[in-house]
Design a protein around this ligand. Structure first.
Ligand code: ARG
Ligand code: ZN
Length: 474
């Protein structure tokens, strides 16, 4: 985005007339799969969500304020936001005109904004999340979600706009302040650090804040009857977790290796990138987990320690490096999240159970990839999932295999150096598949173009002669 700004400054010098011209920002940020996601013309700096939750109605009311920097002269600009009743929008304190169409909220400030200007936009709204949104109940990642015991927020990839107005694409990360008011005795857990609580006549306001760049799909607010567990992680890293009271002891065991896992991943990938870690367990059967930044979200099912729980615990933690700190520039690069987290969990297995356990695990996940007859059409090549099936098993399993095959090809030393260098270079920002390949080539000195083409894009999974694995001839 900075590059764009430099380019535009040059254009303005060439044609002085254009200097005064203010144009609307784009209604999409340029995602190949989802052209309408995000918006152009500005760069979000900080969101301040000041929201009061009514537990009976599951309604939200309040004001979300976005501080952003204009990247061009703006006559109007868009936010992504769907549902709710908007009662007022102010830009730099002045009432602004607005119109809505589907997810697009177009705001026209009283006077145009100037390139490089920092401006604030305050959107005051209320309503029940999802109410009146077409297809809402079919959406997997629906943002603010009520369950009997409280609320969780899971938005990957595009659910954030279903609960607050946002530039809803991972390319525009920002800092956040959450100021959430709930009836007592509910507890609120969100990203970052709890900086204050304020009780007021039966209500309580929790203020959470993070100064690290946070992608919108990783923002989370959780409300429940939680007990809090705090532990010291490596180098004094605070680990704060929120468990349903009745399963707190079991959950503490399920997540009991978190500090060791952080130390292990920090050794392999580089220092843990954020101010805190921990998990929140929603008291409901989620059927998935999500790596919400600094506070991974799990359901009661996963917390009870059934089936593969250690694998999932490691997986969501590893996303803090790969996914959250280094975030895909495009949704089609999702294997940079899921392949990495899946392989990271396998590395934890190797660390705790030995190389043989890793080999067996990798051979086990190769099997379905290599047998299209068993699972015809179910697994896409990791680099090209379909937009409506981003979380295809091929993204996870063959994505993880791509990394393991790379390790076999360039050796442990170059491989782990590649992971560290890739995280170090792109942390707090975004990367594309080509960026990872470039780092691997620079460090290994090997031309890896064909290797990655075969692993990421070819229809058939490549053979792995080192391990005697090959797809059956069809
Ligand atoms: N990133 C999540 C994970 O850790 C994905 C959760 C599933 N999401 C989905 N849309 N199926 O794997
Ligand atoms: Zn994942």
């Amino acid at each position: 985005m900075r590059g764009l700004r430099v380019l535009m400054a040059g254009l303005i010098l060439l044609s002085p007339l254009a200097a005064n011209e203010a144009l609307p920002g784009g209604d999409g940020i340029g995602d190949v799969f989802f052209p309408q996601l995000g918006n152009g013309g500005y760069d979000a700096q900080r969101y301040h969500l000041q929201l009061t939750w009514d537990a009976e109605a599951n309604s939200l009311a309040g004001t979300v304020t976005l501080e952003a920097e204009a990247s061009q002269n703006l006559s109007a600009f868009n936010l992504d936001f769907q549902g709710f009743e908007i009662s007022a929008i102010r830009v730099n304190g002045q009432p602004a005109a607005f119109r809505r169409s589907g997810r697009e909220l177009t705001i026209q400030p009283a006077a145009p904004l100037l390139a490089d200007e920092i401006f604030s936009t305050a959107v005051t709204y209320s309503g029940v999340p999802g109410e009146g949104v077409p297809g809402y109940y079919d959406i997997f990642a629906r943002g603010w979600t009520r369950y009997a015991g409280g609320v969780y927020v899971a938005s990957e990839p595009d659910g954030a706009a279903l609960w607050y107005p946002v530039n809803d694409h991972p390319l525009d990360k920002a800092a956040y302040t959450f100021e959430i008011t709930v009836p007592e005795p509910f507890v609120v857990a969100a990203n970052g650090l709890l900086t204050a609580t304020r009780a007021d006549g039966g209500s309580i306001t929790y203020i959470w804040r993070t100064d690290y760049p946070l992608a919108s799909y990783l923002a989370t607010v959780n409300i429940g009857d939680f007990v809090t567990q705090t532990l010291d992680g490596p180098d004094g890293l605070p680990i704060r977790s929120y468990f349903p009271a009745d399963i707190a002891e079991t959950a503490a065991i399920t997540f009991g290796k978190t500090a060791d896992m952080i130390a292990f991943f920090a050794d392999r990938f580089g220092p843990y990138p954020f101010e805190a870690y921990g998990v929140v367990v929603a008291d409901t059967r989620l059927g998935f987990a999500l790596e919400t930044q600094t506070l991974s979200l799990f359901g009661r099912d996963a917390a009870l320690g059934r089936s593969r729980s250690e694998n999932i615990v490691a997986h969501e933690l590893a996303h803090q490096w790969f996914g959250n700190s280094v975030t895909p520039a495009q949704w089609q690069d999702i294997w940079l999240n899921e392949g990495f987290a899946t392989y990271a969990a396998a590395l934890w297995l190797e660390h705790t159970r030995g190389r043989r356990a890793l080999d067996e695990y990798m051979a086990g996940i190769y099997l379905p990839l290599a047998n299209p007859i068993l699972v015809a059409g179910q697994f896409s090549p990791p680099g090209s999932p379909s937009p409506d099936d981003l979380f295809n098993g091929g993204v996870y399993l063959r994505g993880a295999w791509t990394l393991h095959a790379l390790r076999l090809k360039i050796g442990d030393e170059a491989f782990f150096e590649t992971l560290r260098a890739y995280h170090d270079r792109y942390r707090y920002g975004n990367a594309a598949t080509g960026d990872f390949i470039a780092v691997a080539e620079a460090i290994s000195g090997v031309d890896l173009a064909d290797f990655f083409d075969d692993w990421l894009y070819a229809e058939t999974v490549p053979a792995v002669p080192e391990m005697g694995l090959k797809p059956p001839r069809t």
